[in-house]
Design a protein around this ligand. Structure first.
Ligand SMILES: *[C@@H]1O[C@H](CO)[C@@H](O)[C@H](O)[C@H]1NC(C)=O
Ligand SMILES: *[C@@H]1O[C@H](CO)[C@@H](O)[C@H](O)[C@H]1NC(C)=O
Length: 165
């Protein structure tokens, strides 16, 4: 019985490591992320941020050294702001980015210089298990801040004051 159990455990371990290897070959990476509107022009998520549907994103991989584009793709965010893009192959030599493109949203269409893109590493040796990579949240801003942002600015100011004094 003990021998059988050991055999079964060894078999499982083999199966797991084989599976890890297959995953590790990175035939298909997936980039996941969220697109939000920031109506307070703070460049981070607040309780007034809301997800943006049908926002067009560009995925771009470029060679680190000579900046040659090795992969491009486009996708749209879902109603909950979520997006998923499949990127075939290992991109160890590349820098891959998810980038927001100009949109026609009636309120929320200003691109934020710093929060319109994020880099991910699509390499097996990135020290991340599995083939899913998450970007930071990406934001568009409204031209004018929402009136309700006042309360948020105040609470931020309170936090800062408490820390500094
Ligand atoms: C850029 O570098 C990659 C990797 O070294 C190489 O395969 C590719 O041919 C290079 N492209 C150009 C245009 O030099
Ligand atoms: C959002 O956060 C602010 C500041 O923390 C708070 O005053 C406000 O009541 C919150 N609004 C909602 C809708 O939760």
């Amino acid at each position: 019985m003990a021998r059988f159990l050991l055999g079964a455990i060894a078999f499982c371990l083999l199966a797991i490591s084989a599976n890890a290897r297959v995953q590790g070959q990175g035939q298909d990476f997936e980039i996941h992320g969220h697109v939000y509107c920031d109506p307070c022009r703070l460049q981070f998520k607040t309780n007034l941020s809301y997800p943006l549907d049908a926002m067009q994103l560009k995925i771009e991989c470029k060679n680190r050294d000579n900046k040659t584009t090795t992969f491009t793709s486009e996708t749209k965010s879902r109603p909950d702001g979520y997006f998923v893009v499949k990127v075939p192959g290992d991109h160890e030599e590349d820098i891959c980015e998810a980038i927001l493109t100009p949109n026609k949203h009636p309120q929320c269409n200003e691109i934020m210089a710093t929060r319109d893109r994020d880099q991910v590493s699509l390499a097996d040796n990135a020290g991340v298990v599995g083939n899913v990579r998450y970007t930071n949240d990406l934001f568009y801003m409204t031209k004018d801040a929402d009136n309700r942002c006042e309360a948020i600015y105040e609470s931020l100011w309170d936090d800062v004051s408490e820390q500094d004094y």
